[in-house]
Design a protein around this ligand. Structure first.
Ligand code: PMP
Length: 320
């Protein structure tokens, strides 16, 4: 995704103020840095040159998920969802972005001391960076079932984007890449398919769309929900949430990852076995195109998913 360091002149939201990234620093003794006690989000914004507008995608839902899941770690995010949306849109405007962007909210245990027991010192920041394509969404990717198991809800809940939990994803994607694959697929402790390292997984079998249930140790993805809605409303497809066996990955007709960063990315092979014909599947491509159109403001009926940054500009002096 990003191979270069972020521009230090970027304006970010840090400790209730808009500041240059170079000034948005934490102590080396910060609780979250030592114990992983932080929670992040990832939100996309798409620049639409024809409309000269930047659309933030399902921003409310992302901030709602962030605030809800902060309850798991008992991190307080005092700002309302509306305020968080306004701050993010203002960040885009202050940085003058006229490109696709990626928004990274981060809430963390901010006490500066040694010791695991958490206290009530909580902080949060919001950064927005320019972004292009993450995985090769058009062409498709190869994947391998990881030798690492998905973390369990009764150990570290993965329905929340808990920073410490992402060690699980880092190990899996590193293994997959070093073994020559693009992505990892996690099984959970029950041996069922959970998700990718940073994405949810869908399978097509006999014209039905199947994805693991939210109780199968997955992140409750917002793109997952979007794709399910598009499949039902636009393609009249049956969508089933149920456990998936590993060997179903080898016999299914189509397979794809979903996520804010990866969008809808076809999986062309799993464990060196071609998925279907080995080319992006028909239903996958239809869903990918629908998702692209909906998130760029080109699909009627889905405008409520989008927050237009420039035409929604209003004064937020009260929070600046
Ligand atoms: N699973 C994991 C582990 C992820 O990190 C992500 C990316 N946020 C997803 C699924 C997809 O979630 P979303 O569609 O909300 O981005």
């Amino acid at each position: 995704m990003h191979t270069e360091s972020a521009n230090p002149h970027l304006t970010v939201w840090f400790n209730d103020a808009f500041v240059p990234l170079a000034q948005a620093n934490v102590s080396v003794l910060t609780h979250a840095l030592h114990y992983g006690t932080a929670l992040f989000e990832g939100i996309r914004g798409y620049w639409e040159p024809n409309k000269q507008e930047l659309h933030l995608v399902r921003m409310r839902e992302h901030f709602e998920r962030w605030k809800r899941n902060a309850n798991i770690l008992r991190i307080a995010i005092p700002a309302s969802v509306d305020e968080l949306c306004e701050i993010t849109a203002e960040l885009c405007r202050r940085n003058g972005f006229r490109s696709h962007v990626y928004v990274r909210p981060l809430a963390y245990k901010s006490a500066v001391r040694i010791g695991v027991p958490p206290d009530e010192h909580d902080s949060y920041s919001i950064s927005v960076l320019p972004l292009s394509e993450y995985l090769s969404g058009k062409k498709g990717v190869t994947a391998a079932v990881s030798s690492w198991r998905r973390i369990q809800d009764h150990a570290i809940p993965c329905r929340a984007k808990i920073c410490g939990a992402y060690v699980n994803s880092v190990l899996a994607v590193d293994e997959a890449r070093r073994n020559g694959h693009d992505e990892a697929i996690f099984l959970n402790e029950a041996g069922h398919v959970a998700e990718g390292a940073t994405s949810n997984l869908f399978m097509v079998r006999n014209g039905r769309l199947i994805t693991p249930a939210v109780t199968d140790n997955i992140l409750e993805g917002i793109t997952r929900a979007s794709v399910m809605e598009l499949a039902r409303k636009q393609l009249n497809l049956e969508v089933v949430e149920r456990s998936i066996d590993r060997s179903e990955l080898y016999v299914c007709d189509e397979l794809f990852f979903t996520g804010t960063a990866v969008e809808v990315t076809p999986v062309l092979a799993v464990d060196h076995r071609p998925v279907g014909s080995g080319e992006p599947g028909t239903i996958t491509q239809k869903l990918r195109n629908l998702y692209i159109d909906a998130t760029r403001g080109r699909l009627p009926g889905f405008a409520e998913w989008l927050w237009p940054v420039y035409s929604s500009a209003r004064s937020i002096d009260k929070i600046a």
